[in-house]
Design a protein around this ligand. Structure first.
Ligand SMILES: NC(=O)c1ccc[n+]([C@@H]2O[C@H](COP(=O)([O-])OP(=O)(O)OC[C@H]3O[C@@H](n4cnc5c(N)ncnc54)[C@H](O)[C@@H]3O)[C@@H](O)[C@H]2O)c1
Length: 480
């Protein structure tokens, strides 16, 4: 598979903007292409709008943010990128024509993925050059926060395309769900539409308002869906005999039936009820402010689910493990002298407080990343942690010496001051990358613990020797 350094976007509306924000956040450059030049401002604003919530999703160390460029020349975009995500309007003939055109300009190993909500990949790839590199990769709005992406192969799609796409989407923090067969509407939109059809009927028949129907989801099924989906929840609803009992008890009512298959006619009256109902629910709040509320809630939910390693929380946890491992690899690169442990970062926009410089707790975060690098250097990694041993921070003293402004590059080095079998004392130096100015120091004591017992415990002689050798090899810390 090509390493994806630059993602090309074809169409930069709601979904294109979401892809841009997600890819940039995880260090991928984006070249966005749209026929309308005014979409450049739009996509830049969309990325900016996504950043506050995205920034809070994880505190794991991120690679430097990608850069965003824009063009109205679709062919130039196709020639310069490693992977193309198509997000133009949902019209089959338009997508077929544009995909065929773009495929003539992109190298044959550049994967082309369509965000289509319901069109079939076999139809989309019909006129393309190298159609085996086309797949459907259907995301969910907001793309930058919802991890699900449905992957669908067409008749001509190669298994390698699906596998490479799966790796790329996982890399940018997503949960790829590969469908067994292409079907109109894929999986999720079929389920969503079934629910929406019933909502339209119930509003049309005057049974409930849009607000009451949203309450019926938000206070009940919606909460449990995020953790377990429908089938597992019904399995639990059947008591000790699970799904079998559930089907015996509630199966007969499927025949009545409660629900209707055909959507009601979208009459003016129904449209008015839907529009007026949702306006009343919005209560004068703008779409932008409701988006922020939705995004903050989505971040919070995923962080809670992470604690239980379930659903989207499990995806977040796996992403963080990869981000920590990548940061350690970057720091262990041959370019960095082995006796020094160093981490490179920059003052991300969300790290800056109302005084315009890096806020206090971010210094601690950078020192935490620096400490992780030191641990990796001496062999204290994920396997070590899973073996029931780790270091815990017992004490930190930070001295703030100079300001760090937004987007300034930073680097931190860590010296081992002393080590015995239970205690490790270190001194971090945080420097500005542009002129090497020392902007903070952090003195810390870390205690070796048995994590199951929750008590301090002596480290093995081998580990002690590795830390001691590192200490002996390090140069003296720069005097403050
Ligand atoms: N909106 C959603 O919730 C959602 C969710 C998942 C998937 N999708 C799918 O994503 C795709 C895009 O949806 P959207 O909501 O972002 O639409 P949108 O209308 O917001 O954006 C479409 C963009 O495509 C551009 N465009 C039109 N023709 C073009 C061309 N020939 N070349 C380049 N750009 C062109 C338009 O200028 C516009 O900026 C659709 O296939 C849709 O089914 C949408």
């Amino acid at each position: 598979m090509r390493t994806v350094r630059t993602l090309g976007l074809l169409g930069t509306g709601v979904i294109g903007g979401g892809w841009a924000a997600r890819a940039l956040h995880f260090g991928i450059d984006v070249l966005a292409a749209d026929t309308k030049p005014e979409m450049e401002n739009w996509i830049r604003a969309a990325v900016k709008n996504a950043e506050p919530a995205l920034a809070r999703l994880t505190f794991a160390p991120l690679p430097p943010q990608g850069t965003l460029s824009f063009t109205t020349d679709l062919h130039a975009m196709a020639q310069r990128v490693d992977f193309i995500q198509e997000n133009i309007p949902e019209q089959l003939e338009l997508k077929q024509r544009v995909l065929a055109d773009v495929s003539r300009h992109a190298a044959p190993d550049v994967i082309i993925a369509s965000s289509t909500s319901g069109l079939m990949p076999s139809d989309l790839q019909r006129d393309m050059v190298a159609p085996e590199r086309l797949l459907v990769a259907h995301p969910f709005n907001p793309v930058y926060l919802l991890p699900l992406v449905e992957l669908v192969a067409g008749k001509l799609t190669s298994p390698q395309t699906i596998e490479s796409a799966r790796c790329f989407y996982a890399y940018i923090g997503m949960h790829p769900l590969t469908l067994r067969h292409e079907v109109p509407g894929h999986l999720t939109d079929r389920l969503q539409e079934a629910l929406w059809r019933e909502i339209l009927h119930l509003v049309n028949d005057g049974v409930a308002s849009t607000g009451e129907l949203d309450e019926s989801i938000v206070y009940g099924p919606g909460l449990r869906w995020a953790a377990m989906g429908t089938n597992m929840i019904y399995h639990l609803a059947g008591g000790e005999s699970g799904m079998r009992h559930m089907l015996a008890q509630f199966g007969p009512c499927l025949k009545w039936p409660w629900t209707k298959l055909e959507a009601p006619e979208l009459s003016e009256q129904l449209i008015d009820r839907m529009v007026e109902g949702t306006q009343e629910q919005a209560g004068g709040r703008s779409i932008r402010s409701l988006e922020r509320l939705r995004d903050d809630s989505l971040v919070a939910i995923q962080q809670v689910l992470r604690q239980y390693n379930i659903g989207a929380g499990a995806t977040l946890k796996a992403l963080e493990a990869r981000l920590y491992a990548d940061a350690a690899m970057r720091a262990l690169s041959p370019a960095v002298p082995q006796e020094l442990t160093r981490v490179d970062t920059c003052v991300r926009p969300e790290w800056v407080d109302y005084n315009g410089h890096m806020t206090d707790f971010r210094y601690l975060q950078v020192f935490g990343e620096a400490m992780d690098v030191l641990y990796r250097r001496v062999g204290v990694d994920e396997a070590y942690r899973l073996s029931g041993r780790m270091f815990y921070t017992a004490d930190t003293q930070i001295s703030y010496l100079a300001e760090a402004k937004v987007n300034e590059p930073l680097y931190a080095t860590t010296h081992v001051l002393s080590v015995d079998h239970k205690r490790l004392k270190v001194l971090h130096h945080l420097h500005r990358g542009s002129d090497d100015k020392l902007i903070a120091t952090g003195a810390q004591t870390h205690v070796h613990v048995n994590t199951e017992a929750g008590k301090a415990s002596a480290m093995d002689e081998d580990l002690y020797q590795r830390v001691e050798s590192l200490r002996a090899a390090q140069p003296e810390p720069v005097p403050i």
